[in-house]
Design a protein around this ligand. Structure first.
Ligand SMILES: C[S@@+](CC[C@H](N)C(=O)[O-])C[C@H]1O[C@@H](n2cnc3c(N)ncnc32)[C@H](O)[C@@H]1O
Length: 840
């Protein structure tokens, strides 16, 4: 290889450095090392021919790897510095001379492996490079077919191009196994790939077309050229290194302008020629003379014709227009005349009457208006989408976006459902979306004088609704598909269905309903009608009270855990007595339930004891219990029902279910327990930017996507994170269900066996005829029987062959009991058997 400059640091990669370190002349050495590691052809070869070998790193590798006294011949266009044990010479592998020189060196020998890593001088056009490479591969294959031994290996480099498949086809004709591979040291950016062809078939006669580039890389005919593209985007001229086409030896081409007028493909002329000439030929051209005299052939046109290669789009258009005009004058067929003919054909159609014309005009204006509106709406939507993106990137505050984004407390309050409802607009809304028209809309309709474009609006609305419905449907289907395959997603969905989402402070809806309640209280009695309407619109389908002490359901469940039971200050001060009482009762009931459960699992006697103990405990526990006798009586109803169901119901209420599983919750628990935070702080934290989000009317897919990221980041402490980790570790340390079950089964069987043993031992002891010693020995026997026999490992038979021959001691890789055997032993054994037989 000629001295190749290393361009850019990318080339000086680890293989380059490693090659330097190991003394290889090129990093390419590792390609051969890796190929040989995979296919192992060098170790088996005695003669190797390395085509395109300079600077000689492949020869170095071959010399290292092949058996001693092997023959290695390297050839290249460039000189190769001498390498010990390698014959090198300088030649072009595509020439006869090279072939003869190789023959001279090999004499009658045949090569076991032919290597080819040739690369022609690359750097011109890619197509040309790859073709040259493919042609070089074919030349090397030609040499390989001459010098390879039957069953030999041919390793070659190929570029992945359109010539790759034809090459593979040829290889497959000549070799039994053909595999393409890219060794790790070959750069990913490089299109080179190595093909290892094994098992040369060595056919007696090879069809010369198989090794002829012209037939192997036969090109398909070019598709119809796009002349127009050629005119407006002329190709950047490349030097024709391969020479010019037959009969096309000049670069400057000229054509009479009259031919441009007469041709049916003017664009082709504009693309191919340099000049449209007005010079008369020797035998004269009447059309050209007439053209020259025409007033349409202006000075500008003449200038344009003088050098077509410098023209731009505008000038080309000018020339084409000129051609059309002249064709008309000369009476050639033009598109216009064709059109006129058409017009003449329909000329007899009656003219439209006045009214229809007005109607049509109106229709047109209507269309224009509606498309304008649509455009405006689209622009508006785009603007809004952009603003939302900007807000998500914290570039703007929500107030900037528009009235709808102001939220329930901002200027956009008019859009709140509550107020809509109070003005009794809900009924009107329910009747139909077009019932309410804003002043503005009405005015525009009146102004336009077109009746209204409600129809088109309604149409587009319907269209939008339909699209939205389709989108929703698709989103639902997507969720279902996901739920089928994603267990996590299913769990999340189930959590959502139980209203058990993560607590993100006081939610907007909760807060709103809270406010609602307050407002409703302050409303006059006169407003009772609107109040009712308000209730119907904002009605919560969940009958359970949404809030308790200003906390969300999830938060309330969280604080109802046993951990927080004794912490004072958790509940807000305005907790009334009723609440406390209810809580005390709840605690008592839960205690009762747990005692009931215990009782059910124990024996009947234990049941009674446990029940009485728990009762007495609870009585001692607090005075309140005694006061709550009435309540207990009411609850006594439940005692009749199945306690399991009650337990389930209690779990559904997610009291027993609650567990601190996140580091955020643990942090909060720590902070509350240590008094670092109070319930006020927790409620206060709930008032954040995420709390006041009007999610009403938003599509599910949008809310789902928003919900993933749009939540407050709650701080966590190291201690809390450690505690959660510890907890998880404990969870993970538990055996899985199957193992636990197997262990339990084993234990159970053991207990059964022990029981049997005891019974048998009892019988033995009571046996009168036996001495004490006999009894003891038979019991010991029983015990050992019950234990079960210890299975002995079978003896492994090891042949004293190969590495084990004459080995004293344990052979490698053999565990447990073993026995060494050899052929002599076999013979001796047989002889012994014979002798004993004879003796008998
Ligand atoms: C990538 S280098 C070969 C590197 C070589 N395998 C090594 O390990 O050192 C490609 C070589 O192919 C040679 N080459 C290209 N065309 C050739 C031809 N027609 N005849 C002989 N060698 C050629 C170039 O001179 C260049 O040295």
């Amino acid at each position: 290889m000629g001295i190749q400059k290393k361009h850019g640091k990318g080339r000086l990669d680890k293989w380059y450095k490693l090659a330097k370190e190991k003394g290889y002349r090129a990093r390419a050495a590792f390609k051969l090392i890796q190929l040989n590691k995979k296919y192992g052809f060098l170790e088996k070869s005695k003669v190797v021919l390395d085509l395109c070998a300079a600077p000689g790193s492949w020869c170095q590798v071959a010399a290292e790897t092949m058996p001693p006294n092997s023959i290695i011949i390297g050839v290249d266009l460039s000189p190769i510095k001498p390498i010990s044990k390698v014959i090198t010479f300088q030649s072009d592998i595509t020439t006869e001379k090279c072939r003869a020189t190789i023959r001279g060196h090999l004499k009658t020998w045949k090569a076991d492996t032919v290597l080819h890593d040739g690369a022609p001088n690359v750097g011109t056009a890619w197509v040309q490079d790859s073709f040259n490479q493919a042609a070089l591969v074919l030349a090397s294959l030609k040499l390989a077919t001459e010098f390879l031994i039957e069953g030999g290996t041919f390793v070659t480099k190929v570029f992945r191009s359109k010539d790759y498949n034809p090459l593979l086809w040829v290889f497959n004709q000549l070799f039994t196994k053909v595999e393409a591979t890219k060794p790790p040291s070959s750069r990913n950016v490089s299109a080179e790939i190595f093909v290892v062809c094994r098992g040369f078939k060595a056919p007696k006669r090879i069809d010369p077309r198989l090794l002829d580039p012209r037939s192997v890389f036969e090109d398909l005919a070019d598709p119809t050229p796009n002349n127009e593209a050629k005119v407006y985007n002329p190709e950047i001229k490349k030097r024709r290194r391969e020479g010019y086409e037959e009969g096309d030896y000049i670069q400057f081409k000229e054509i009479p302008a009259s031919e441009f007028i007469q041709t049916t493909d003017p664009i082709d002329i504009l693309g191919q020629y340099n000049k449209l000439s007005f010079i008369q030929p020797k035998n004269g051209d009447v059309a050209l003379a007439a053209l020259d005299k025409l007033p349409e052939t202006t000075a500008e046109i003449r200038n344009c014709c003088a050098d077509l290669k410098v023209l731009g789009r505008k000038e080309f258009k000018l020339l084409l227009k000129w051609r059309l005009k002249v064709r008309e004058i000369f009476g050639f067929a033009t598109k216009k005349s064709a059109k006129e003919a058409l017009v003449e054909e329909v000329a007899e159609v009656e003219p439209m009457d006045e009214e229809m014309k007005i109607q049509e005009d109106l229709e047109k204006i209507k269309e224009r208006e509606s498309s304008k509106k649509k455009r405006e709406r689209r622009r508006e939507n785009e603007k809004r989408a952009k603003e939302i993106v900007r807000m998500q990137m914290n570039m703007t505050a929500p107030m900037d976006i528009g009235k709808e984004q102001d939220g329930p407390r901002g200027e956009g309050e008019i859009f709140r459902l509550k107020s809509v409802d109070k003005t009794a607009a809900m009924a009107r809304l329910a009747k139909g979306r077009m019932a309410i028209l804003t002043d503005n809309e009405a005015r525009t309709d009146r102004d336009s004088g077109l009746g209204s474009d409600q129809e088109s609006d309604a149409e587009s609305d319907e269209e939008e609704d339909r699209l939205e419905r389709e989108l929703d449907g698709m989103y639902d289907a997507y969720r279902e598909r996901k739920a089928e395959s994603d267990a996590k997603y299913r769990a999340k969905k189930a959590r959502k269905e139980h209203n058990d989402d993560e607590w993100a402070g006081v939610s907007a809806s909760e807060h709103e309903s809270d406010e609602e309640g307050l407002e409703e209280e302050s409303d006059d009695d006169d407003d009772s009608e609107t109040e009712e309407a308000g209730q119907s619109l904002l009605k919560d389908l969940d009958n359970r009270p949404e809030e308790e002490n200003g906390l969300s359901k999830r938060a309330r469940n969280f604080f109802e855990q046993d951990v927080f039971k004794d912490i004072s200050g958790l509940m807000s001060e305005d907790d009334n007595e009723d609440d406390e009482e209810a809580k005390a009762v709840a605690v008592k009931i839960s205690k009762k339930k747990s005692s009931k459960k215990e009782a059910a699992t124990e024996s009947a006697k234990q049941k009674a004891d446990a029940a009485s103990k728990s009762k007495s405990k609870s009585k001692k526990g607090s005075k309140q219990d005694e006061d709550d006798d009435d309540f207990e009586m009411v609850r006594a109803e439940e005692e009749d029902s199945d306690w399991e169901e009650a337990e389930k119901a209690a779990k559904k209420g997610s009291k027993a279910d609650i567990d601190i599983v996140t580091a955020e919750a643990m942090t909060l628990a720590h902070q509350l327990a240590s008094g670092e935070k109070s319930s006020y702080d927790v409620v206060d934290d709930g008032y954040n930017k995420h709390s006041f989000k009007d999610k009403h009317g938003m599509p599910d897919w949008f809310l789902d996507d928003e919900g993933k990221h749009d939540r407050p980041q709650k701080p966590i402490t190291k201690a809390a994170a450690d505690a959660i980790k510890e907890k998880l570790r404990a969870y993970n340390a538990r055996p899985i269900k199957k193992v636990a079950e197997a262990r339990a089964r084993k234990k159970f069987k053991q207990a059964q066996r022990l029981e049997k043993l005891k019974k048998k031992a009892d019988i033995l002891i009571q046996e009168e005829g036996l001495s004490e010693k006999d009894k003891a020995s038979s019991i010991a026997k029983l015990v050992s029987q019950a234990k079960g026999k210890k299975r002995r490992m079978p003896i492994k038979v090891v042949k004293a062959q190969g590495a084990n021959r004459g080995l004293s001691g344990r052979p490698k890789g053999v565990k447990g009991r073993y026995k060494m055997v050899d052929p002599r032993m076999k013979k001796e054994m047989r002889a012994m058997k014979r002798i004993t037989k004879k003796k008998r």
